[in-house]
Design a protein around this ligand. Sequence first.
Ligand SMILES: NC(=O)C1=CN([C@@H]2O[C@H](COP(=O)(O)OP(=O)(O)OC[C@H]3O[C@@H](n4cnc5c(N)ncnc54)[C@H](OP(=O)(O)O)[C@@H]3O)[C@@H](O)[C@H]2O)C=CC1
Ligand SMILES: O=C(O)C1=N[C@H](C(=O)O)C[C@H](O)C1
Length: 273
Amino acid sequence: MATNPRIVITGTSGRMGQTLIGLIVASEKMTLTGAIERSGHDWIGRDVGEAMGGAPLGVIVTEDVAGAFAQADAVIDFTAPAATIAFAQAAAEAGIVHVIGTTGMTDAEIAALKPHAARATIIRAGNMSLGVNLLTQLTKRVAAALDDDYDIEVIEAHHNQKVDAPSGTALMLGEAAAEGRGVKLTDVSDRGRDGITGARKRGDIGFTAIRGGDIIGEHDVMFAAAGERIILRHVASDRSVFARGALKAALWGQNRKAGAYDMLDVLGLSEPD
Ligand SMILES: NC(=O)C1=CN([C@@H]2O[C@H](COP(=O)(O)OP(=O)(O)OC[C@H]3O[C@@H](n4cnc5c(N)ncnc54)[C@H](OP(=O)(O)O)[C@@H]3O)[C@@H](O)[C@H]2O)C=CC1
Ligand SMILES: O=C(O)C1=N[C@H](C(=O)O)C[C@H](O)C1
């Protein structure tokens, strides 16, 4: 019988870290072998199940990244940009799959992952849910079908602890809309309107971020024209949609050629070039 892939979680105490651990422990297809927190965190040295307020799981939370990665087949990482870059180096050195859900990365930070993808399988997406990845494809098709008479606006809403804006998902949807229109998002992106902004520029793709309460993640792509609006919407009501996608990615990445992949690859939604 083949053994299950061994999975390490980073950012263990976080919203996504704890959601992932709950799902791995309930899964028959993978085994939790490591739980990482940063130096000084009060979970270090404790059994992760007990730290989460439940039964012991036999995995002790550690700050020893190299030690945990040496005993693993994949790391699932929903933390912060600087941490993710350090984890990418350690994952490449250990030769394990690195699933990255972290958002808010700059272009330079994304470029810093590239050398590591030459040595290891990296799967990164601003949103790991099936629904959002499908929505990117729909957005691209609608944007391709409509001309600039339709103003494109991406509106996102998240909980009051989120630190980055626009969300990774909003940027994925903006990229998809730009691709559908055959333009570069960086040339048409309109972010952070405030004050006397002047009239909307034809062809721009606008972004609006709402932050409040415990909203898990909601995204609208609006195509607004004179006399009508088309709105494509995704609402996440449970973080497990992201976590299930990440677990699928960790399994899909096993024995995969080194390289940089996204969830469209994992879900088989990539369109031929
Ligand atoms: N791609 C997707 O589908 C999704 C992506 N995300 C993204 O995942 C990330 C995490 O989200 P969420 O779980 O809600 O956030 P939380 O703040 O709840 O958790 C983040 C975790 O990462 C740890 N962490 C942060 N910075 C560092 C660091 N420099 N070194 C080591 N550990 C660090 C935190 O530790 P500490 O408590 O010590 O700060 C914490 O355990 C965000 O970027 C978010 O946007 C979220 C949901 C879905
Ligand atoms: O921080 C979050 O919570 C989420 N982040 C991701 C994003 O930035 O789009 C995915 C999801 O919307 C939840």
